[in-house]
Design a binder for this molecule. Structure first.
Ligand code: HEC
Length: 153
């Protein structure tokens, strides 16, 4: 009885293991998806609240102005569509250079939720934004920092 029970648990574990393996890892080897609720929140975001959040939490390290440049962190104008860790003239960590994916609503949402989970060993001293509404406002604002802003998700 006990033997059969644990055999059952084992097969259940084996069935779940592949999806467990895919759950939430480093961006370099994990394809995040954008939750529909987050996409909706970005579409109805408060851009001014996003701008204020950027000013308070990001601007001490990042310049988002079109005619700006690299600072403690890389220049964030045109960050959408740029492959992580590739902006000219900025010295990235090996961890950021290893990501190999372009920044999008999906990858930025994942990164900014928990920066160490997404890019273990990253050199950005900012843990993440746990509040989804604040993240949505910021993501919508970041998408305006572009010559050609991306369409909303
Ligand atoms: C204390 C300084 C600091 C703060 C605060 C900070 N960053 Fe960063 N950021 C960095 C550094 C340094 C890097 C490069 C990290 C690396 O190479 O590992 C970086 C990298 C990034 C990247 C990757 C860019 C690229 O070219 O691949 C994005 C996107 C980003 N930051 C967005 C933000 C946003 C949005 C905020 C505010 C919520 C923020 N950062 C707050 C320092 C900071």
């Amino acid at each position: 009885m006990i033997v059969r029970h644990s055999a059952h648990l084992l097969s259940l574990f084996m069935a779940l293991a592949p999806s467990l393996g895919r759950a939430e890892g480093p961006l370099a080897s994990f394809e995040p998806t954008l939750a529909p609720e987050m996409a909706a929140a970005i579409r109805s975001a408060d851009l001014e609240a996003g701008a204020r959040y950027f000013e308070r939490k990001c601007s001490q390290c990042h310049d988002g102005a079109k005619d700006g440049g690299n600072f403690k962190g890389p220049h964030l104008w045109n960050v959408f569509g740029r492959v992580a860790g590739t902006h000219a003239g900025f010295r990235y960590s090996d961890a950021m250079k290893a990501v190999g994916k372009p920044w999008s609503f999906t990858t930025l949402d994942y990164y900014l939720s928990d920066t160490e989970r997404a890019v273990p060993g990253r050199e950005m001293n900012f843990a993440g934004i746990t509040n989804p509404a604040e993240r949505a406002n910021l993501l919508a604002y970041l998408s305006t920092l572009a010559d050609t802003p991306p369409p909303p998700p």
